[in-house]
Unconditional design. Structure first.
Length: 135
């Protein structure tokens, strides 16, 4: 079973959409950040990638191609929630940032329980490999 949520800004422009698979307990959030803020966000992430900081400090951070555009991927494992309570199971979150031809940042945030991460991340990467940007 899946569920989706669409979010917009005050002018009604869709800025993100979230898909949830309740069987595998995974979520995919796609956020759109137009230029110039999107360019700044991507550049900040890219500088963190180059210096192995933040999301890019973990092993497995890498550059990849999404829709013919260069992208960066980082990850983090959360074992506690925002209140310090243990998460059982822990949650693996991967983020992928792509700078499109209009200098907008498109960020994919994928979350999956750690015990399922190998299978689910393979599916996430397969999905990313199918994207095509029209502009």
């Amino acid at each position: 079973k899946s569920d989706e949520h669409i979010y917009g800004n005050q002018s009604g422009t869709i800025t993100s959409i979230e898909f949830t698979d309740t069987v595998s307990n995974t979520t995919l959030l796609v956020e759109y950040h137009p230029a110039p803020a999107g360019t700044s966000m991507y550049n900040f992430g890219y500088s963190q990638y180059l210096s192995s900081q933040g999301w890019y400090a973990a092993a497995g951070s890498r550059q990849l191609v999404v829709g013919g555009k260069n992208a960066i991927e980082g990850s983090m494992v959360l074992s506690t929630d925002g209140r310090g309570n243990p998460l059982n199971p822990a949650i693996q979150t991967n983020i992928v940032d792509v700078l499109n031809s209009t200098q907008a940042d498109i960020q994919f945030q994928f979350k999956t329980p750690v015990p399922n991460k190998t299978v689910q991340l393979a599916k996430f990467h397969q999905l990313l490999s199918s994207f095509i940007f029209l502009n």
